[in-house]
Design a protein around this ligand. Sequence first.
Ligand code: ADP
Ligand code: MG
Length: 736
Amino acid sequence: MRRRPARAAGRQNAHVVPTAFATLTELRPDQLRGAPMRWPRPSAWAQPLAWEPTTVAEAAAQLGLHSVGDLLAHLPRDTGEGRTITELQPDEVATVVVEVRSITSRPVRRRGMKPLVEATVADETGVMVATFFNQPWLQRAYPPGTRLMLAGKHQARNRFRVNAHARTDAPTGAADAGVAQYPATKGISSTQILAMAQLHRSAVADAVDPLPAAIRVAEALPDAVAAFAAAHFGDREAGRRRLAFDELLLDQVVQLRLREEHQGGDRAPALDGPHPLTDRWRAELLPFALTGDQRQAIDELDADLALARPMQRLLMGEVGSGKTVVALHAMLRAVEHGHQAALMAPTEVLAEQHFATLSALLPGLADTGLLAASAAARTPDGAFGTPMGTSGALLTGSVTQARRRELLARLASGELDLLVGTHALIEEPVRFASLGVVVVDEQHRFGVRQRAALDAKAPVGCVPHVLHMTATPIPRTLRLASFGALDVTALKELPHGRRPIVTHVADSERERERAYERIREELRAGRQAFVVCPLVADSEAVQARAATAEFERLRTGELADFEVALLHGQMHARDKAEAMERFVARKADVLVATTVIEVGIDVPNATVMLVEDAERYGLSQLHQLRGRIGRGGHASVCLLFGPKGSRRLKALAEHTDGFVLAELDLELRGEGELTGTRQSGLARFRFARLPDDAALLARAHARAGTLLAEDPGLELPEHALLRDALARLEAEARAA
Ligand code: ADP
Ligand code: MG
């Protein structure tokens, strides 16, 4: 039940019958049609907010709440209980809107406490005493007659202990359907934000609606004014979804337009000639046969590269799925057409690893970048580089100035075919003679600026083909948001020689005994084992202690007959390297470790992994961990200690396909916890929540496609506001 003073009801003109000015004569529909309309005033949203005092203003600034528009775009995330005074139950936590009748303060006997402020407050239903702790100044700030929104706990004898408070212009007793709970921070409460939102409620009518009416109708969505009003003061979820739709639509339009802009015109070198180099490489130099997935990926790339339209493809495949081989093929396609290729990794370590992988795949490559070796690296027929005459180099920050100059000169002259480095390659004054193919590893959001910098490396009037690689399988539902504009190729099949991993979930003492027995069996057969320690809190130090304790326990207990090594994040780099070396060299049989082993350990002889408290890890993380075994010629087993009923652990026991697991992970957890969310840029959405809004995203994607097909430049008058919103977004993207 909602009671409003007549004054407030007057503002709710939805219920009011329209009459002619200053009369009681009702207007006929035809008269109404000609009536003046209210147009939104965007300037109302630019008004600064008057937060008081300065401490609150500072906290508001932290949340980015400077203007009315900022505030209205700051949506509540939840709804709390709104109550009238008589409705309050003992011990209930709720929000009320009341008027101060009288207010006093009295000292508190406990030391260190400031005087207690007590106010007699009332709404239409009753009176109670509100108590404010430690804020004596409130006695002056809230004189009788002040209307307040109070959040707190109702206590016995009609007292209300106040946790958060704000002046409000909302009608007293306005419990409404519920009280919006806003994301707040230290120094500003949800109650203060809500009071401010209510103060500026009328500005909702000034919302500019970028969505053309036709789309709104087709998608059965409310208009922007209704959506903002609902998001704050009504059906919050319905309001939020409409705003999320706009956000996703605009995002998809931006992605599609960028793609069009980049691919429009035939500007990339068409790599459509014969395959002398790549054929020879595959037949004579590649130390293994390609998997079916790799062959198919290569065919897809070849088709892309053969066009003068720049390739924009994403190659997705787990660590070890053999992406580098596919990438190298694309790079060599550039070389056999007289162009160059670059591979960019997010870190120097990864760049080094890539270069090592490339060198293994293309024997002789590593020598060709060395100054001293460059003469020696010439093949008998005088060609420079590998047996095929291909040259490559690694360019990182640790390269000396002299060598760097030399490399850059050879790159600019076209003598150097392949360059591997970090993303800094494109920022720096690195000149290529003719950059034809670029491989970008693990940079999910490749910004407009990077793209422009990259394009500038190609010959004038040309842009390179780009292949993105990622080891994080992104579920299909999220792919549109992250890579709406990329073609996707997935490597699912693991290279030949990989053995399937059998995974068991164990939770009883007997199973634990059995698990150690199984480990000992493998060790006695000459294999090696990982023991992964529990994920303890967020503290590296605690984690390290736990790992150390487990290490001591195992090497004097269950695994006393074997060499056990310890590896955790708090060890000195030297000790870490030594532990790793011992394990790699088979001097240690067992590696007791924290999740530091997640990245980059390749010990094909390791066939068992035991994970303690496995349910504490995320599904994707466990999958990554498990990928450390099953890398050699032997069957492997993964033992997960944790509750048998855990859906996550069950999923791992049932599936080994990282793509299937990524979809399941998405189902079982929210976006926030999803591995790769940050990188994939999903966190950039303000209103949209993925994966919850996955269906909405698919609609927005489809709508963006039809919209651009109809009106590519968004030049129709009904698209003017959409175009404006887009221009702002694109400007932001360009600046990013
Ligand atoms: P990714 O980059 O996807 O993590 P890599 O391309 O680095 O994978 O390959 C991982 C390892 O597997 C490398 O040592 C590589 O030489 C090897 N490899 C790749 N493809 C095959 C294959 N078809 N058969 C056997 N080994 C392969
Ligand atoms: Mg690799």
